[in-house]
Design a binder for this molecule. Structure first.
Ligand SMILES: NC(=O)c1ccc[n+]([C@@H]2O[C@H](COP(=O)([O-])OP(=O)(O)OC[C@H]3O[C@@H](n4cnc5c(N)ncnc54)[C@H](O)[C@@H]3O)[C@@H](O)[C@H]2O)c1
Ligand SMILES: O=C(O)C(=O)C[C@@H](O)[C@H](O)[C@H](O)COP(=O)(O)O
Ligand SMILES: [Zn+2]
Length: 360
């Protein structure tokens, strides 16, 4: 088992990565300080892993909430089902919530934990690659609004992250690829050697080679843990984790939540950010092609949806948490392995990417 640490003073916590971790009662016991436990999961993950988790919790009062599956259900309305369950069971302030699932369940479960009685403990048990390399770490929790992705939420850290790599065996190829988009992101924003490693190992990752996957998860979590330790609430360097996300979130909102997977939208957004970085004179055309080629080899889309024109993109990008005084700010690439902090971009240049990249 790999054991990493997110250093946040009295909100610090471990990330456990390895095989068969779902069946380690000691890991649960170490982080559950109460008798009352609510497991929040969804209708796809429950039949696969809920019993396995419950088997470790026989000495607790365990309740479960099984939500419908999908990005379109990452809503305030669904969050109420979690509050209903907590209140119906008379759960106290020392209760613990377990979020068992992908990033949707992790973000919603974490936000429910942040809100219930102004904050109860929660554990992240991520079961997708995307959740194991990104969403379970760092305490960004929340839900979508019809007008904007993740617009309602809170920073709220878990007690631990328990990433059982065996859970990835049941994940389909499209979801695995979506996770690889965020893995590739770490190489681009701060870890050029990892980007090169990914160029050499992407086929092994797609083929689910266990050791290669475990290494990519560990290195991704190390990168994320370092950034979060430096800037928990995104006043600086944490915004670099948003590379490609202003475009990506516009795609998710503009095409209807769930049409594109988050990782797919981010992959396209990374290419748009790379194209804009080239127009700024920072990346070469060869760099842009190299980035798109790796994403394509990972099985990801790289061309923006034809139905979203530049005008619509700009409307959607106006709703983004990095914007200040209503002005769009973006993360761009200075080179492979180094980003800018959020920058304002000349409107004409941005339009030239929105009209030019992938539109021929
Ligand atoms: N908080 C953060 O820092 C952060 C970071 C990145 C993404 N996110 C959010 O995470 C979400 C995307 O997460 P995701 O890609 O995990 O999507 P997801 O949670 O929708 O899971 C993807 C699909 O896989 C299924 N699934 C989950 N585990 C499975 C398993 N082991 N076997 C088979 N199927 C399984 C799910 O039911 C779902 O259908 C988005 O809402 C995104 O905004 C948050
Ligand atoms: O942890 C972060 O910080 C990130 O930005 C990680 C992103 O991959 C993730 O998609 C996050 O939810 C985006 O945050 P948002 O605040 O821009 O919605
Ligand atoms: Zn993301």
């Amino acid at each position: 088992m790999i054991h990493l640490h997110v250093e946040l003073g009295n909100r610090s916590y471990p990330i456990y990565i390895g095989s068969q971790l779902l069946s380690r009662p000691d890991l649960y016991a170490a982080h559950i300080k109460s008798k009352q436990v609510l497991i929040v999961t969804n209708e796809t993950v429950a039949p696969l892993y809920l019993d396995r988790v419950r088997q470790n919790l026989t000495s607790y009062q365990v309740e479960t909430v099984v939500l419908p599956d999908g990005e379109q259900y990452k809503t305030l309305e669904m969050l109420n089902r979690v509050f209903d369950a907590l209140l119906s069971a008379r759960f106290s302030r020392n209760a613990t919530l377990i979020a068992l699932g992908g990033g949707v369940i992790g973000d919603m479960g974490g936000f429910a934990a942040a809100c219930y009685q102004r904050g109860i403990a929660f554990l992240q048990i991520p079961t997708t690659l995307l959740a194991q390399v990104d969403s379970s770490v760092g305490g960004k929790t929340g839900v979508n609004h019809p007008l904007g992705k993740n617009m309602i939420g809170a920073f709220y850290q878990p007690q631990c992250v328990l990433a059982d790599t065996d859970a990835l065996d049941t994940l389909d190829d499209r979801q695995l690829a979506a996770g690889l988009a965020e893995v590739i992101k770490y190489g681009l924003i701060r870890d050029a050697d990892f980007f090169v490693w990914l160029e050499h190992n992407i086929e092994a990752l797609c083929a689910r080679d266990k050791n290669t996957l475990a290494y990519a998860i560990e290195r991704s979590c190390r990168n994320k843990a370092e950034i979060v330790a430096e800037d928990e609430t995104e006043s600086g360097v944490r915004a670099t984790l948003n590379l490609g996300h202003t475009f990506g979130h516009a795609i998710e909102t503009g095409t209807g939540y769930g049409a594109y997977l988050h990782g797919e939208a981010v992959a396209i957004g990374i290419c748009q950010a790379a194209d804009l970085s080239m127009r700024k004179g920072w990346l070469t055309g060869q760099d842009v092609q190299r980035i798109a080629a790796l994403l394509l080899r990972a099985g990801l889309p790289v061309i923006p949806p034809a139905g979203l024109d530049a005008e619509r993109f700009l409307e959607l990008m106006a709703v983004d948490k990095k914007n200040l005084d209503g002005r769009i700010r973006l993360i761009l690439l200075e080179k492979i392995g180094r980003t800018t902090l959020p920058v304002y971009v000349d409107r004409t240049l941005l339009e030239s990417t929105l009209n030019g990249y992938g539109r021929n």
